[in-house]
Design a protein around this ligand. Structure first.
Ligand SMILES: *[C@@H]1O[C@H](CO)[C@@H](O)[C@H](O)[C@H]1NC(C)=O
Ligand SMILES: *[C@@H]1O[C@H](CO)[C@@H](O)[C@H](O)[C@H]1NC(C)=O
Ligand SMILES: *[C@@H]1O[C@H](CO)[C@@H](O)[C@H](O)[C@H]1NC(C)=O
Ligand SMILES: *[C@@H]1O[C@H](CO)[C@@H](O)[C@H](O)[C@H]1NC(C)=O
Length: 215
């Protein structure tokens, strides 16, 4: 009968480890805010769940607000995906995860006109308490669309650093090689000199060694 508590104990350990693993995996990364014309743009919206929210229903609403305009709904997830008729029609794709922590959408073939503010509103609610949302969260994405991908400043810097490092390392390697070569050839010269000396040493040594023995 001692097996049951042990089983409970083991499974709770597994649960704790599993829960720890899951919460470690979900990270609320902010979305990129620059898109390139003609490319697809993933509007990232991640909202990690607390343990009590796992059984809740997730409702996701996406809004778009052009410069100086007002929010209009463009996409919704309420048990199923729904795209509102808008200037995006046919260009929005659900790009979220099954567990509803990642509720991103992708805008296909971005145009310069797609710049503006995107809002992602998440509501988690219990099935039988429709008017009592458990949790709401909201993310704003200020999107700018550029004509061509500009090179990232930091990537330019790191590229330059890489070349400097490469040149420096090559030079250092060359200097080291020359130094080593000279050292080795000097050592060889010395060894050769030693070798010629060596031939002469034994006879001297014999005499030296012989002295203490005699005393
Ligand atoms: C999200 O979009 C990317 C690129 O369009 C695609 O490769 C990926 O499979 C999509 N993921 C989901 C869950 O739809
Ligand atoms: C993207 O949109 C432009 C302008 O709306 C259109 O001319 C082009 O064919 C589209 N490209 C793709 C791959 O759908
Ligand atoms: C961008 O929007 C303006 C005004 O809404 C419209 O006149 C223009 O045709 C649009 N351009 C494209 C490429 O969709
Ligand atoms: C999104 O949610 C926030 C906070 O709950 C709310 O203030 C905002 O009005 C909502 N946005 C839209 C467009 O409904």
């Amino acid at each position: 009968m001692a097996a049951l508590p042990r089983l409970v104990c083991a499974s709770s350990v597994v649960l704790v480890v599993w829960a720890g693993f899951c919460s470690a995996v979900c990270v609320e990364v902010p979305s990129e805010t620059e898109a390139v014309q003609g490319k697809d743009m993933k509007l990232l919206c991640i909202s990690c769940m607390k343990r009590e929210e796992v059984t809740a229903n997730t409702v996701v609403e996406w809004f778009y607000r052009p410069e100086g305009g007002k929010d209009e709904p463009i996409y919704e997830y309420r048990k199923k995906n729904h795209e509102f008729p808008s200037r995006f029609s046919g260009r929005l794709q659900w790009n979220g995860s099954k567990d509803m922590q990642d509720v991103s959408i992708t805008v296909v073939n971005v145009t310069l006109n797609d710049s503006g503010i995107y809002t992602c509103n998440i509501t988690r609610e219990f099935e039988f308490e429709i008017h009592r949302p458990l949790f709401t969260s909201s993310r704003l994405i200020h999107l700018t669309v550029v004509e061509e991908a500009g090179e990232d400043f930091t990537s330019v810097i790191s590229e330059i650093m890489m070349y400097i490092l490469l040149v420096f390392l090559t030079l250092w390697l060359l200097i080291e090689m020359v130094y080593c070569y000279r050292k080795v050839s000097k050592a060889e010269e010395a060894a050769q000199e030693n070798a010629t000396d060596y031939l002469a040493i034994p006879s001297e040594n014999k005499e030296n060694c012989a002295v203490p023995v005699e005393e």
